[in-house]
Design a protein around this ligand. Structure first.
Ligand SMILES: Cc1cc2nc3c(=O)[nH]c(=O)nc-3n(C[C@H](O)[C@H](O)[C@H](O)COP(=O)(O)O)c2cc1C
Length: 191
């Protein structure tokens, strides 16, 4: 299976996650191509499956991700795909933060018209050392409110790599199944 992995990133964590997904797929014997949504990414047409992800910054994904999906939505809706959303809200102990992150992804997909087979929410990272003064202050305030660390002398990663690996295994299984004509019909009837 040839899979295209597209990502949007601001501080690099979503790129790191996309590279990890590429390694997992290749370890399973699949071919994977990875591309930054802002760097002339290939069209999805020549691939069997697609994974597209972005990170949330002030309730929004990177505009390059929105643009890629909108530009290719017709092709994307004809192939097995998954959307992966990276943010910090899913690492929060507050249930309403999880709902908020889910709503951002649901509204985003509704707005683009893409109907991926699967959607996942992945915890990102707090990169205090990469932020400018204002961002560091804002992120420190948010962290304090959510009970996270406010020691800005280092970065903190919350990504659950085992969960990402499990998601990719499940996606690969579903992508293969969705290509079988009888399963595809079944998915359309039930879905
Ligand atoms: C300025 C700024 C705004 C952010 N806004 C949100 C937000 O609205 N919701 C959220 O859950 N996470 C938010 N985050 C956390 C990022 O989604 C998280 O750091 C993620 O790992 C960034 O991924 P990237 O390195 O691929 O850009 C924000 C981070 C920064 C620096």
């Amino acid at each position: 299976m040839k899979t295209l992995i597209i990502y949007g990133t601001t501080q690099g964590q979503t790129r790191k996650i996309a590279r990890f997904m590429e390694d997992v797929l290749e370890d399973m014997g699949n071919k994977a191509t990875i591309a930054d949504a802002s760097d002339e990414p290939p069209a999805p047409d020549d691939y069997d499956a697609v994974l597209i992800g972005g990170s949330i910054h002030i309730h929004k994904y990177q505009s390059s991700v929105t643009h890629y999906i909108s530009q290719h939505v017709a092709a994307l809706n004809q192939m097995p795909g998954a959307f992966y959303s990276v943010c910090l809200a899913v690492a929060s102990g507050l249930e309403e933060e999880h709902h908020e992150a889910e709503k951002i992804a649901t509204d985003f997909l509704a707005q683009t018209g893409w109907k991926p087979l699967m959607v996942t929410h992945i915890a990102g990272a707090l990169k205090y050392t990469q932020y400018d003064f204002l961002k560091r202050l804002i992120m420190k305030m948010i962290s304090k409110r959510e009970g996270r660390t406010t020691d800005t002398s280092q970065d903190y990663e919350f990504t659950d790599w085992d969960a990402v690996k499990e998601f990719i295994h499940e996606f690969a299984r579903n992508a293969v199944l969705s290509k079988l004509p009888w399963t595809k019909n079944q998915m359309e009837i039930s879905g």
